[in-house]
Design a binder for this molecule. Structure first.
Ligand code: ADP
Ligand code: ZN
Length: 739
């Protein structure tokens, strides 16, 4: 029995029974509740306990802090049981509390992320298998070769399942049964959960170049120190940053502590996993949203028991119960994919630093184009900074050029300009690969009626419907709404007047099919590369030169190493620059720099062509000159005087309701009771960036404060002061990224 219950005959209402606080994985604003711990049960902070809540039983965690001694005993309920699971460590409990306080979320909502594999707390079914009987160990037992092979596959004391044994020994199940009948095998219990193979830190890795070796040495020292500290690891694309931090992972393993590596798109990281395998001889344990519930449970348990020493995962891996985390790596730290925008709204890069701090672990943030936040922390000395200046091996950086679309416009109805078409032609003629990058799924981002000008928009969102020609549908990329492409305009009823406007990757593919009918093509977008298997297959096809032309959205930007790829064409380099987003330029630079970095990673030199209407834009200039540092310095100079992040603080309140007038009213009420304080300013209410999303009308208030102002108490007070109807939802987004 893995759950301990109080002995039956104990009176449970004894006044002196100790009390504990229990946090439940539910978004209850009150936080932890007090419960009575009946005699016979023992719990300490971190213990998983079963408690009654409104007629059902819930598993929660005994939490820190003092129960309220003034609560009368009769108001308290009894703890029903204590689970036999490794208790939640203090470092994780403090992290949960910290994230809750920082993001203004009920701690229970954060705890829920740390208990995301509830099945892991249930008794794992322990199955029976076979082990060697004492008779089998005696000298001089005579056996058939088949039987001998089976026994050879068992260590004394080891338990394996019958099918597993038969398979390993290459015999039929009957042979195993025969051994049991002969008394040479006896039943035993199989170990619980899945076994994770241990990565071997001494497995031979690549010989590091001098720059790499120096950086690796510095990181190893950080890990060995056993202290918290953050290091920014930068370097041009292809400089070998990954090998450097894998060396730190090896050091962490030698120290007997766990390492966590966060990747922005774990499901697409086939090549990364291959490199891990080469470095450590085995696969790491993975954590992301697409794991089966069984794998989740096994992984969660393995982490809790220290049996999965390296975990590679998406942001939610921060909330796993590592017993002794020694290293946290955030690769591509500038990626917006690390921001969780639903439920508990948090930035995994920032929380990784906090997780590392509570665990006394080293933290490494890795990027070729770090965020201004991280760069500023490095410049002020809060973070150490290591830099790799050159590409690994003989590869040089690609030459980047802008194509001015005002001077070299594409032909009517096309999207590729003559110089880009020429360059693709030359590349293919040399037998090399080319990539066309456009960060837009589907065929066309807008469908317009040529007769009346009507635009096809989503009924639930402030968004145009995107044509997906292959499926003959119009889709909303925000809510999933889809409808067939209508034959006539819904507004003026004209027949055949609806026209696609602008390109998506499918349309670029169509153009390429006409221009280069013989080239073998692949489209890489989230709908064509939905998961790890497809990503691995695509990477394999490209690496083995079964593909000449790659057409892709932002998923092609991330981490890929395609040695035969020498040309990258950016179809619309201006795409991310529109709109009033504070970080639009920074983000466009990061994305395009990353895409450019895919070109020329082996011996043949790479070339990048940017199609743009504004070749003089600072982003284009930085990409062409390669001087990212100067661009970031300019970004900083632009944000500093106005106290914009990272030189000031921002928090957004998104107020939403299905009823537009109610949303307006609630936003106005919040605006009227906005906090007034020195160095604090409240902007809005104004329509949120997606003013209608999934049928909810959204308004936004922005709280902007000087860096030295703690905004959380202000936000908490503000939300407490205003009484809003239940149908109104208020989301707090501290450090918003898209505005
Ligand atoms: P970055 O992350 O800086 O873009 P990577 O770590 O992906 O660079 O390295 C680029 C390529 O060079 C990869 O294919 C990697 O396997 C290879 N590489 C890096 N360092 C070494 C090394 N020391 N020895 C051999 N190959 C290396
Ligand atoms: Zn929609």
């Amino acid at each position: 029995p893995r759950r301990k219950s109080p002995p039956p005959n104990q009176p449970s209402g004894v006044a002196a029974a100790p009390r504990i606080r229990v946090l439940l994985p539910l978004p209850l604003t009150a936080g932890a509740y007090d419960y009575r711990l009946p005699p016979g049960l023992q719990a300490r902070p971190g213990s998983f306990v079963v408690v009654p809540l409104g007629g059902r039983e819930v598993v929660g965690v005994a939490w820190d802090g003092e129960p309220d001694p003034l609560l009368p005993a009769r108001r308290l309920k009894d703890v029903r049981g204590v689970l036999d699971a490794p208790p939640m460590r203090e470092s994780l409990r403090r992290f949960v509390d910290w994230v809750a306080a920082y993001t203004i979320t009920p701690p229970g909502a954060v705890l829920r992320m740390a208990m995301s594999a509830p099945a892991a707390l249930e008794p794992a079914p322990q199955k029976a298998g076979w082990q060697l009987a004492p008779e089998a160990l005696r000298e001089g037992v005579r056996l058939t070769p088949a039987r001998q092979r089976v026994l050879d596959h068992l260590q004394p004391g080891e338990v394996r399942s019958g099918t597993d044994l038969a398979e390993a020994a290459g015999v039929s199940a009957g042979v195993v049964r025969g051994l049991a009948d002969a008394g040479l095998l006896v039943p035993g219990l199989l170990p619980r959960g899945a076994a994770f193979p241990l990565p071997d830190p001494e497995h031979p890795g690549p010989t590091l170049g001098p720059d790499q070796a120096a950086a690796a040495e510095a990181l190893r020292a950080k890990v060995m120190s056993g202290q918290f500290g953050v290091t920014l690891l930068t370097g041009v694309t292809g400089s070998g940053k990954t090998e450097v931090y894998l060396d730190a992972v090896a050091e962490c393993l030698r120290q007997g502590r766990q390492a966590l590596v966060l990747l922005p798109e774990i499901a697409l990281s086939a090549q990364w996993l291959e490199r891990f395998r080469r470095r450590f001889g085995v696969d790491p344990a993975l954590w992301h949203s697409e794991l089966s519930s069984r794998t989740r449970r096994d992984t969660w348990r393995a982490v809790a028991e220290g049996a999965a020493p390296v975990l590679v995962g998406a942001r939610s891996a921060l909330f796993l119960p590592y017993p002794d985390l020694g290293l946290v790596v955030v690769d591509e730290e500038h990626e917006t994919a690390f921001k969780q925008e639903e439920g508990v709204i948090y930035h995994a890069r920032d929380m990784a630093v906090v997780r590392a701090r509570f665990a006394a672990a080293a933290c490494v943030l890795v990027s070729a184009t770090p965020s201004l936040e991280t760069l500023t922390n490095a410049e002020t000395g809060r973070y150490d900074h290591l830099h790799l200046a050159e590409r690994h091996g003989s590869a040089g950086l690609p030459a980047v050029e802008a194509i001015d679309l005002r001077k070299d416009p594409p032909e009517r109805g096309r999207f590729l300009s003559p110089p880009l078409i020429e360059a693709v032609k030359d590349t293919l003629a040399r037998g090399e690969q080319a990539m066309l990058f456009l960060n837009r799924r589907g065929y066309a981002p807008l469908t317009l009626c040529r007769s009346c000008g009507h635009r096809m928009r989503c009924p639930n969102c402030t968004a145009w419907l995107v044509e997906h020609r292959a499926q003959r549908r119009l889709q909303c990329h925000h809510c999933g709404h889809a409808e067939p492409i209508p034959a006539q305009c819904p507004e003026c009823k004209a027949l055949g007047s609806l026209t696609p406007v602008g390109p998506g990757v499918e349309r670029v593919l169509e153009e390429v099919q006409q221009l280069f009918p013989d080239a073998r093509r692949i489209v890489m977008a989230s709908d064509t590369i939905p998961g790890p298997a497809a990503a691995a297959a695509a990477a394999e096809a490209i690496a083995t030169r079964q593909v000449d032309l790659i057409i892709g959205t932002q998923i092609v930007a991330k981490g890929w190493h395609f040695p035969h790829l020498t040309l990258v064409g950016v179809v619309d380099a201006d795409l991310g620059l529109a709109g009033g987003d504070l970080r639009a330029a920074e983000r466009t630079l990061q994305l395009l720099h990353q895409v450019s970095g895919r070109a020329g990673r082996a011996e043949a030199p790479g070339k990048v062509l940017l199609q743009t209407f504004s070749p003089d834009h600072p982003v284009m200039r930085a990409l062409v000159s390669g001087d990212v540092a100067a661009f970031m310095a300019e970004e900083a100079a632009g944000r500093r005087p106005g106290h914009w992040p990272p030189f000031g603080r921002l928090a957004a309140l998104i107020v939403s309701s299905e009823d537009e007038r109610e949303a307006d009213r609630a936003a106005r009420d919040l605006g009227l009771s906005a906090p007034r304080a020195e160095g604090v300013e409240v902007l809005g209410p104004a329509p949120a960036p997606l003013a209608l999303l999934r049928g909810r009308h959204r308004r936004r208030l922005l709280l902007k404060a000087r860096r030295d102002v703690p905004v959380q108490p202000l936000l908490r007070d503000w939300l407490h002061r205003v009484e809003l109807p239940n149908s109104v939802r208020v989301q707090v987004d501290v450090d918003p990224v898209g505005f």
